[in-house]
Design a protein around this ligand. Structure first.
Ligand code: ARG
Length: 472
């Protein structure tokens, strides 16, 4: 495509060269240019320009024929970009200048009317909101997909016994279904955080111009509605200086990544030789170039690793923003790369996690065996003493602890101790051999709301399924 020279003969910038005597140094141009990364905003930039042009025509701020020419030119540019991509010319600085220069090449001087009643400050704020809105919609769809996958796996394992851990020590038996549903809860909260962020961001900054608004009779309601916003933003200064919407997005992304990372960490642990709770299929494993026996959970490790970077992106933009006076400062151009990076990392992490969780093979025998070791039903013995013998819990805890020590010394599971051994240890323990000390009995007994008993887990799955249906 033929370029309109952005520089006049003497190197001055055509957008603002009027009060300049010469062009920028090469380094000035290099540090200033954002086209290398903000070309990603081309769809949003063209959409926002089309809404603005239509409004300029309808309000008569620009002659309808010029507005029509601008709209046709922008449509052409969109199809060029669709087919060939966006040309990167650092002299054109950013996506806004790049589109406008191309428009001028296509339609001539009428292109110069597009920037009436507009500044790149409200323009970039609008483009970026549109981008973040699309990003949120894509993540919400991916979170729904992941939550459904987990829900289905949970349903298959409502009765599968798994050792529950605290401090990574065997604590109490739980079901795998209950454990997986814990992640469904987390991802449902993440989804609602993204939706909250979307609700707050869905206002249109266009018409705020540089920072003070504009004297032209713009119709801000019209541009807002053309772009699918709920309405215009309220304060022109805030409109061009606010990046809360990007920080809201990044905070939701960081929280989601953190949850993904915890699940990824469990995959790494569980796939290890020591645990053996899961096997990752070949499709989700990698080998070693030196150790032929290896099957490594690289995707899970990278999901865990990416979380660190996504959290870094949030911190990066917070630090960029914290010292900026109102309104726009060029520092704010640095809002895009961390957000794009977080977007790409989160998108691939969500997809990888959904893929792994759909295809991972659980090994119930290993989970069951691990749940038997380490006296996981000692609490059940204490609870039995409270229920059947009326002991205060503290005393019951002490007695159950002594029973554990005895079982350990004899190399037996708690429920394998004969009643005589219980009775000899303390008369209050007489009859304890009949206590429900198997891992199945333990799990089945935990029927409190939100507990691990299969009946409760089935209800939780049904509730979550309903909730996800309402969200979708
Ligand atoms: N490329 C700029 C950015 O991303 C566009 C806004 C430039 N505005 C300005 N007053 N220099 O922030």
């Amino acid at each position: 495509m033929d370029e309109t020279p952005e520089r006049a003969e003497d190197g001055r910038n055509r957008a603002w060269g009027g009060r300049f005597k010469g062009g920028p140094s090469a380094v000035m141009a290099a540090i200033n240019a954002s086209i290398g990364f903000d070309r990603r905003l081309w769809r949003h930039d063209i959409a926002a320009s089309m809404a603005h042009a239509r409004m300029l025509g309808e309000t008569g701020i620009v002659a309808p024929a010029d507005a029509e020419a601008i709209l046709r030119g922008l449509e052409t540019i969109a199809s060029e970009y669709e087919a060939e991509g966006v040309p990167v010319d650092p002299a054109l600085e950013d996506i806004h200048m790049t589109v406008e220069a191309r428009l001028e090449a296509l339609i001539g001087p009428a292109a110069g009317r597009l920037h009436t009643a507009r500044s790149r400050n409200d323009q970039v704020a609008t483009d970026f909101r549109l981008y973040v809105r699309d990003a949120i919609d894509a993540h919400v769809a991916a979170l729904l997909d992941l939550a459904h996958t987990l829900l289905e796996r949970a349903e298959d394992h409502v009765e599968t016994i798994l050792p529950g851990f605290t401090h990574l020590q065997v604590a109490q038996p739980v079901t795998l279904g209950h454990h997986l549903m814990a992640y469904v809860e987390m991802f449902a909260r993440d989804l609602s955080r993204f939706r909250d962020a979307r609700g707050r961001l869905n206002l249109c900054p266009l018409g705020s111009a540089a920072l003070a608004g504009t004297g032209f009779p713009v119709d801000r309601d019209l541009t807002a509605s053309l772009l699918g916003f709920e309405g215009p933003t309220a304060n022109s200064i805030d409109s061009v200086s606010d990046r809360d919407f990007a920080l809201d997005y990044l905070a939701a992304a960081a929280q989601t990544a953190l949850h993904l990372s915890r699940l990824a960490e469990e995959i790494v642990l569980w796939a290890s030789e020591r645990f053996g709770f899961v096997e990752l299929p070949d499709r989700w494993s990698t080998g070693s170039s030196i150790m032929p026996q290896k099957r490594n959970p690289d995707a899970a490790e990278l999901v865990r690793g990416h979380a660190g970077r996504i959290i870094g992106c949030l911190v990066s933009l917070m630090v960029t923003m914290k010292g900026l006076p109102l309104a726009y400062s060029k520092d704010m151009q640095d809002d895009k790369e961390p957000l794009f990076e977080a977007h790409d990392l989160l998108a691939v992490s969500l997809a990888a996690m959904a893929g792994m969780m759909a295809e991972i093979r659980f090994v119930p025998e290993r989970m069951r065996a691990a749940a038997e070791a380490g006296f996981p039903t000692a609490t059940d013995l204490a609870d039995w003493l409270v229920r059947e013998k009326g002991l205060p819990f503290r005393e019951a805890h002490h007695l159950a602890g002594r029973a554990v020590a005895l079982a350990e010394a004899r190399g037996l599971a708690l429920q394998a101790l004969p009643d005589s051994a219980f009775a000899d240890l303390d008369p209050r323990l007489a009859g304890a051999a009949a206590a429900p000390l198997s891992v199945e009995a333990s799990v089945a007994s935990r029927t409190s709301a939100g507990g691990t008993a299969p009946v409760r887990v089935r209800e939780a799955i049904a509730r979550a399924r309903q909730m996800l249906k309402e969200v979708a």
